[in-house]
Design a protein around this ligand. Structure first.
Ligand SMILES: Nc1ncnc2c1ncn2[C@@H]1O[C@H](COP(=O)(O)OP(=O)(O)O)[C@@H](O)[C@H]1O
Ligand SMILES: [Mg+2]
Length: 314
């Protein structure tokens, strides 16, 4: 209970690839199959024997938001463990956990900081006053940044999830090769649905074979457009709040274009930027654990009849 991560295991679900997106029913079934082996692996990596689970202080699980079937599997498993071991139970908010992933490691940001949280389901700017006091000051009004990557990747014929593949192809492409309309959204909010439409109309006007010939340039240009929207809003948030400690979180924070743009902008404008190591960017158990650590210190426990929720405000 010193806030150090001692093991972090992930079971990926390749079953969804053939469907071009996550199929909720298949996700919960895969969770059922994976949960015991994953917990076993995590325990053995942490050198904790199944026969001596008394060293565990508390059991935490993702309570919201997410696919309800998958959340139920995790919640039931965590409750059973808490009951069997007679340990307190901690429910964690997935988006809060993405932000607090930045606190893992030896060089965490000091409070207050701003966090750009960009994943497949969310795009937010969060003002972190303290570990348990987070305020959403901007968010997307339609698609999330990860969805923008995945949906445009699909238009380019790339398999799901397309984000990492767009990143890969973009490395050898020209980001200025094509330009797409930039949304004009007030305040610190975002919009990404127009970009997908703009890419679709652009591709419809081209000759057959265009995508194959220009895949790297298309990926680089799409990535540039998404990163540009994100960086502009974070600049605006810095202007409005005066806070110059900037973090990123969520699956899209693994994007190399976003990582380098944030670092460059930060160096130019005198920000302190923090980017979690790759394994803590996409969904992971360590971010749930670090959030649970702060909730444990604050004695924020929940009862065994608590339910998970697909949608949830902070
Ligand atoms: N290198 C990358 N570049 C762009 N997008 C990425 C990259 N790596 C992951 N993503 C995107 O991150 C999203 C997944 O985010 P994650 O936080 O792991 O899951 P969820 O959205 O389910 O919480 C997907 O949309 C995926 O395409
Ligand atoms: Mg996530």
């Amino acid at each position: 209970m010193d806030g150090k991560i001692i093991s972090n295991y992930i079971a990926n679900q390749s079953v969804h690839e053939q469907y071009g997106g996550v199929v909720p029913e298949l996700a919960s079934r895969a969770h059922m199959q994976n949960i015991v082996p994953v917990v076993d692996q995590a325990l053995s990596a942490a050198h904790i024997s199944r026969n001596d689970l008394s060293v565990i202080d508390a059991i935490a699980f993702t309570q919201a938001p997410g696919l309800i079937g998958s959340l139920l599997v995790g919640a039931q498993f965590a409750k059973s463990m808490a009951l069997a071991l007679n340990k307190p139970l901690i429910g964690v908010h997935h988006m809060q956990a993405h932000v607090l992933a930045n606190l893992i490691g030896d060089n965490p940001p000091s409070f207050p900081f701003l966090c750009l949280t960009v994943s497949g389901g969310h795009t937010q700017i969060v003002l972190a006053h303290s570990p348990l006091q987070l305020e959403v000051i901007g968010e997307t009004i339609d698609d999330a940044a990860g969805e923008a990557f995945d949906k445009t990747a699909k238009l380019l014929g790339l398999p799901y999830p397309g984000g990492p593949l767009v990143d890969l192809h973009a490395k050898t492409g020209n980001p200025k090769a094509f330009s797409f309309a930039e949304p004009q959204i007030p305040e610190l909010n975002f919009s990404f649905s127009g970009l997908k439409t703009s890419v679709l109309y652009f591709l419809q006007k081209q000759e057959p074979g265009f995508i194959e010939q220009h895949l790297n340039d298309l990926c680089a240009s799409v990535q540039y457009a998404i990163v540009n929207i994100l960086i502009k809003k974070i600049k605006k948030a810095v202007q409005q709040t005066g806070i110059k400690n900037i973090c990123i979180a969520g699956g899209v924070s693994a994007n190399s274009g976003l990582r380098s743009a944030l670092q460059e902008t930060g160096e130019k404008l005198g920000w302190k930027t923090y980017i979690p190591v790759f394994e803590y960017c996409t969904d992971n158990a360590a971010m749930i654990a670090i959030t649970a650590h702060y909730k444990f210190l604050d004695q924020q426990f929940i009862d065994l009849d608590a339910s998970p929720s697909a949608r949830a405000t902070w």
